[in-house]
Design a protein around this ligand. Structure first.
Ligand SMILES: Cc1ncc(C[n+]2csc(CCOP(=O)(O)OP(=O)(O)O)c2C)c(N)n1
Length: 329
């Protein structure tokens, strides 16, 4: 059993993710923020339970639903909010937005929106670590939709061949956008497919953060011990539609209703109450998190908008072209 202190830290971290995301969704829906945002509600225990094992020197990779991983990895809510607002003070100077956040100094090598696209980069980074004799490991998150991409299998195969120090975390919420994964998958079990690569595989529900943490710690201990890659499937429900702009959530009502009962934050709150943690203690942590999120929004709102010309900085596009050359293209 985790200590009450650990449980409370997880509670604070998971509540921060939920509160930050709920605030962001509202800002997108009211038109203050532009583009789209893929919330991770329902997956907070996966992010917090596994990233509680992150140590200095480890690297994190993730996908288009990254906010839980960003916050669980300790990134600053102010700079994350500034990124969503498209401001210079954001982690990627406002050019990455919600799906392309990187904070290299913090070991957060980044989120990428191409399904499975970050996996070969994650494996390459893990291989580089191994060659350099460093002690850090790589933790790479992705959805089950990635498992049907060719590059997923190339990445797994090479990680197995080179015994790279990487934990693959597959957040399996059964739906890839509006496609039911079982309809496009020729195997019922992700662990069964992965096992063919001869790497340790475990599967857990994503409802209980302690359970995720326990299963992940066994795998991570093996990786840190030099046994090579490992794979964790976290089975969880997403509580929202695919993204903040979605009005056509294709899931049947009964599945949406079931997802609403699979709330890892509410589940943890119940566990803490059963452990005897007084409601005032939980309320205090919730209030602290709400202050942090409010401050992040105030901070980002007060930042100046960028100049149009800033769009040409820090990009790998032909910025040296004259206006006439641009017009001719
Ligand atoms: C290679 C590629 N194909 C299609 C898309 C469009 N797309 C964005 S998210 C998504 C669904 C991904 O599902 P999954 O990997 O299970 O993650 P989830 O959204 O369920 O968290 C798709 C198809 C994309 N971003 N990249």
């Amino acid at each position: 059993l985790a200590s009450t202190r650990e449980f409370l830290e997880w509670f604070e971290s998971m509540t921060l993710i939920r509160t930050f995301e709920d605030a962001a969704i509202a800002l997108y829906q009211q038109g203050t923020l532009h583009g789209t945002f893929h919330p991770c509600a329902g997956l907070e225990a996966s992010a917090v339970g596994s990233l509680a094992l992150m140590q200095k020197g480890d690297l994190v990779f993730t996908h288009h639903r990254p906010m839980g991983h960003c916050l669980a990895a300790g990134l600053d809510p102010n700079r994350l909010m500034a990124e969503l607002f498209g401001r210079k003070e954001g982690y990627c100077k406002g050019k990455g937005g919600s799906k392309h956040i990187a904070a290299v100094a913090e070991g957060f090598i980044g989120a990428g929106a191409i399904v499975a696209g970050m996996l070969p980069i994650a494996v390459g980074s893990a291989y580089a670590r191994k060659l350099a004799g460093g002690s850090g490991i790589v933790i790479a998150f992705f959805g089950e939709g990635a498992v049907n991409q060719g590059v997923f299998h190339e990445a797994l195969n090479l990680s197995s061949v080179f015994r790279t120090p990487i934990l693959f975390v597959c957040e399996n919420n059964l739906w890839a956008e509006n496609t039911q994964t079982s309809l496009v998958t020729g195997s019922e079990s992700i662990p069964a497919r992965v096992a063919s690569y001869q790497i340790p595989v475990a599967s857990t529900q994503g409802l209980d953060v302690e359970e995720v943490h326990q299963v992940a710690s066994t795998l991570v201990a093996g990786i840190r011990g030099g046994s090579g890659p490992a794979f964790l499937e976290v089975r969880a429900s997403r509580m929202h539609g695919h993204s903040s702009y979605v009005t056509n959530d294709a899931r049947p009502d009964r599945e949406r209703e079931f997802a609403a009962t699979q709330d890892p934050v509410a589940h943890l709150e119940q566990r803490l109450t059963a452990l005897g943690v007084p409601p005032a203690e939980l309320a205090e942590r919730r209030a602290k998190v709400e202050r942090l999120v409010r401050h992040a929004i105030e901070y980002a709102t007060a930042l100046p908008e960028q100049e149009p010309g800033d769009a040409f900085e820090d990009v790998y596009s032909p910025v040296d072209l004259s206006e006439a050359e641009v017009a001719a293209r």
